[in-house]
Write a protein that binds this ligand. Structure first.
Ligand code: HEM
Ligand code: HEM
Ligand SMILES: [Fe+2]
Length: 445
């Protein structure tokens, strides 16, 4: 670590880990409910568990991205963060808003819009919080000695993500209109601007780990940003097929969303080729694992499994089924959870001065979580295809079909257990590293 203020990142990572642990508990509640053991129904019905599970996911990923920015920006800009105190206030308020929202969900204090359940008054607090965060990051960049492409792409991603939160706050009386703009947030985040955040963090990690010239790595970033925007913006149309938004989206959405995997393919090729090109053998092998892992798994989860149901003729059958959950899990895990894990694993030894590189526990955490998640994806996929066939082709009633596919959730819960053991090992390593210290300044490799 080169700058004292980078230590702020640690606390954002710690919040991330805490919220992830909670997210998994709610995942299990739903897994068991699907198996027929909905024992908590009176206190935590399925819809509550689902909203908590997905919102916790978004908040822990955002906290991870913020931690990443607080770590990366000082180093790239060669300047301390302009205000560490404000960054801590921002952390605490983020955690408070998150907790109030999650508790509120249990008392039906929410908006019933998937992923955007946070009630309006809290939305305004989120906006203030994110503005504070962006203020600190942009002021640091402005005062810094250099503005690299990596830091600009990361900041642009974060800034656009904040702006794209706003269309979700417009009030509509019309369901189609509401749905139309909800996708500006949900789709344009994960298939647009979050890819810039991912690309920025990935470029930073590759520069550090492989030792390949910054110029070479940053050239690739332009390609990724270009491919993301060309395909992702109009690709939003793949959510407009059958919501009452007009027939033109069948062709526009179909064609452009089918091109979206190219951006993820470019990221995977870029990461693997930089790894091959790199001569520097960085001792932090786990950081390399998670970096290569995120590039490859995101291509499979987002690119290939996204492509699997993006054409109108397929989506007509699969929309809103467990096929969507199959893709949602591997895409979020590969692209955004793994990139957060990668920056955590890279930053921890630098912030604490303790070098637990390449421990067996770290390796096990990587493999168990990944194999577990692939297993979960397969279980969701098999259940999803069975659901589509029975519900949408044979015409059986929803509840009857859910009863038929219970058995797949036994497999899901078993794989989720393996996944959770991996995550628990990762968290154990995180805790073992301890707190960041000023003694770690400058001893980074
Ligand atoms: C990292 C990137 C991605 C993430 C995290 C992600 C995640 C998700 C999630 C959570 C949903 C469900 C959203 C909801 O119903 O509210 C969804 C839906 C969908 N995704 Fe992705 N996705 C990603 C990339 C892609 C790509 C690249 C494609 C196409 C090639 C794609 C195709 C789709 C389609 C067609 C749906 C709609 C499914 C339905 O109609 O139920 N996704 N995605
Ligand atoms: C212990 C591990 C987990 C279990 C048992 C689990 C289980 C579930 C279940 C049962 C659902 C609801 C599906 C339905 O609507 O019927 C769900 C939704 C979801 N989970 Fe998980 N999950 C786990 C971990 C994760 C992780 C680590 C992520 C992200 C990296 C994630 C992302 C999501 C998303 C995005 C949805 C919404 C999918 C959609 O819109 O269709 N889950 N999860
Ligand atoms: Fe989308």
């Amino acid at each position: 670590m080169k700058y004292q203020s980078q230590k702020v990142a640690y606390w954002f990572f710690a919040l991330s880990m805490l919220l992830l642990a909670l997210q998994l508990i709610y995942g299990f509640i739903m897994g068991f409910a699907h198996m027929g053991y909905d024992v908590l129904h009176d206190f935590i019905p399925f819809n509550t568990a689902r909203a908590v599970h997905t919102n916790l996911l978004v908040v822990w990923l955002l906290s991870g991205f913020m931690g990443a920015a607080y770590y990366i920006i000082p180093e790239e800009a060669q300047h301390e963060l302009v205000s560490v105190k404000l960054a801590y206030i921002q952390l605490i308020t983020l955690a408070l808003v998150g907790v109030v929202a999650i508790v509120g969900f249990h008392f039906n204090y929410w908006e019933g819009r998937k992923f955007l359940e946070i009630p309006r008054p809290l939305d305004y607090l989120v906006v203030v919080n994110v503005l504070t965060f962006l203020g600190i990051i942009i002021a640091t960049l402005y005062k810094g000695k250099q503005r690299t492409t990596t830091s600009l792409v990361l900041t642009m991603g974060l800034l656009f993500a904040a702006l794209l939160y706003l269309p979700g706050m417009i009030w509509f009386d019309n369901q189609t209109m509401d749905s139309f703009f909800r996708w500006w947030v949900v789709h344009l985040w994960v298939e647009g601007v979050w890819e810039l955040i991912m690309g920025g963090i990935l470029a930073f990690l590759l520069i550090k780990i492989t030792g390949v010239d910054r110029e070479v790595i940053e050239k690739w970033l332009y390609v990724i940003v270009g491919l993301t925007f060309i395909s992702g913006i109009l690709g939003t149309g793949h959510h407009y097929y059958y919501i009452g938004a007009g027939k033109v989206w069948l062709i526009v959405g179909g064609v452009f969303s089918a091109l979206e995997p190219l951006a993820f393919l470019a990221m995977a090729l870029f990461t693997v080729s930089m790894y091959r090109k790199g001569e520097k053998k960085h001792p932090n092998k786990m950081a390399l694992n998670w970096t290569l892992g995120t590039a490859i798994v995101s291509f499979v989860g987002a690119g290939l499994l996204g492509l699997a149901h993006t054409l109108p003729s397929v989506n007509m059958y699969t929309h809103g089924t467990l096929v969507t959950a199959m893709h949602g899990h591997l895409a979020f895990w590969g692209a955004y959870a793994m990139i957060v894990f990668a920056i955590i694993v890279y930053a921890m030894p630098n912030m604490t001065g303790r070098k637990f590189y390449d421990s067996n526990r770290g390796q096990l955490a990587f493999w168990l979580s990944n194999i577990g998640m692939v297993g979960m994806t397969v279980a969701f996929g098999v259940a999803g295809v069975a659901q589509v066939y029975m519900e949408r082709i044979m015409g059986l009633e929803f509840g009857v079909v859910q009863d038929e596919i219970k058995v797949h959730f036994l497999i899901l819960v078993l794989c989720a257990t393996m996944f959770t053991v991996g995550i628990a090992l990762f968290m154990y390593e995180f805790i073992k590293y301890g707190r960041p210290t000023d003694e770690a300044l400058e001893i980074e490799q």
